[in-house]
Design a protein around this ligand. Sequence first.
Ligand code: RP5
Length: 170
Amino acid sequence: MEARKVAIVMGSDSDYPVVKAAEETLRSLDIPFFTRVLSAHRTPAAVAELASGARDSGVGVIIAAAGKAAHLAGVIAAHTTLPVIGIPIKSSTLDGLDALLSTVQMPKGIPVATVAIDGAENAALLAAEILSLSDDILTGKLAAKRRQMEANVLEKNRHFKDEKGFSGND
Ligand code: RP5
């Protein structure tokens, strides 16, 4: 069976500087994906069409990124039972808090897994973890990524200790 893809939808092309981190993360794990610019408010019919056809077109997880009154993830979730991950985008005078609350505060029955404001990398990793439930190779790649991250932090810890000595008084 062909691997399921990730669909990334963003409310505006102005969201792309944040969203591209999700693309880079998916690419690093060899996960197929496509990205679309569609808005819950400006193109509601096209959003509904994409969301309702996603499962049949081989999508496994949908990532939806939007700012301001960010209804995109919730509206997509209303049209599919695929897992939907929302990225609240910091694109307004309210610094993304508006988008965070709009994305995370879903009524019961229609869940959206919401990552941090501008948390595009974590959105992609969460999508990968969901897809890895039926993909052992992807499970291995995610484990390798964790090991690499751990090694990077331990290396920084060594540098910090060697160059500065640990901050403290004991
Ligand atoms: C939201 O409004 C978009 O997701 C974007 O974050 C914000 C501003 O959109 P533009 O006015 O830049 O198109 O719907």
